[in-house]
Design a protein around this ligand. Structure first.
Ligand code: DC
Length: 210
């Protein structure tokens, strides 16, 4: 079973994806980490975030064993990831490896922005996770504060608007809900309730037809 999960920043999609993977005993790939690792490699090596060919080379050479680097989660690296994700050559460099991950025996859970639309358009289950922007900003603000990177809530809201706009408006594989993706709005849900809802949706879609 391939479960494709897309959605906006701080919607809860990452946690839902991780928890669904544990629930169904499936491997999980947070595809945002691939874009983040490419962005971080560029920042570290002084590669311009506008140099598409050099960025694509970095994406091709990523060491997947190092995707657990906590530095990848920082706001700075997330912003770089969103910037480099606009380039078709960067996306192309990461595409086949994501598909290979999805198509391993037994399936997998992948989360990102274009999983249901581009990476796995034939996924068994597609979920679109979203929440009101002020709620998402509050969640992300608390997360960054706890990491010791305080930011005003107003700045957080601005950053989120900018990130959403860039992810939605890029010409290649923009962030969008697949026509056949089921929406889970986490605005008023605790994370446990959101995960329960996701399991419920998977069960309803995965039920064999009589
Ligand atoms: O989910 P995240 O915040 O870790 O993603 C960081 C950026 O990476 C996001 O702003 C856009 C890009 N991204 C993408 O373009 N496609 C994906 N499948 C995943 C992430």
């Amino acid at each position: 079973m391939i479960i494709a999960i897309d959605g906006t920043l701080a919607s809860g999609k990452g946690t839902i994806a991780r928890r669904l993977a544990v629930h169904y005993g499936l491997p999980h790939l947070d595809t945002g980490l691939l874009y983040r690792a490419t962005g971080l490699a560029a920042l570290k090596r002084g590669v311009s975030l506008d140099d598409e060919a050099a960025l694509a080379a970095l994406a091709s050479g990523l060491d997947w064993a190092r995707l657990d680097d906590p530095h990848l989660r920082s706001g700075e690296v997330g912003a770089a990831a969103s910037q480099i994700a606009i380039f078709p050559k960067v996306r192309a460099a990461l595409l086949q490896a994501q598909r290979d991950f999805a198509h391993q025996p037994g399936g997998a859970v992948l989360d990102g922005r274009d999983i249901g639309t581009v990476v796995c358009p034939a996924a068994d289950i597609k979920l679109w996770i979203d929440a009101a922007i002020d709620v998402r900003a509050g969640r992300r603000w608390r997360e960054l504060r706890d990491q010791g990177n305080p930011l005003s809530l107003e700045d957080m809201l601005d950053q989120l608007r900018e990130r959403d706009a860039r992810d939605r408006s890029r010409s290649e594989a923009p962030m969008q809900r697949a026509a056949d993706a089921r929406l889970i709005d986490t605005t008023d849900l605790t994370i446990d309730a959101a995960v329960d809802k996701a399991v419920e949706v998977v069960e309803s879609l995965n039920r064999p037809t009589p």
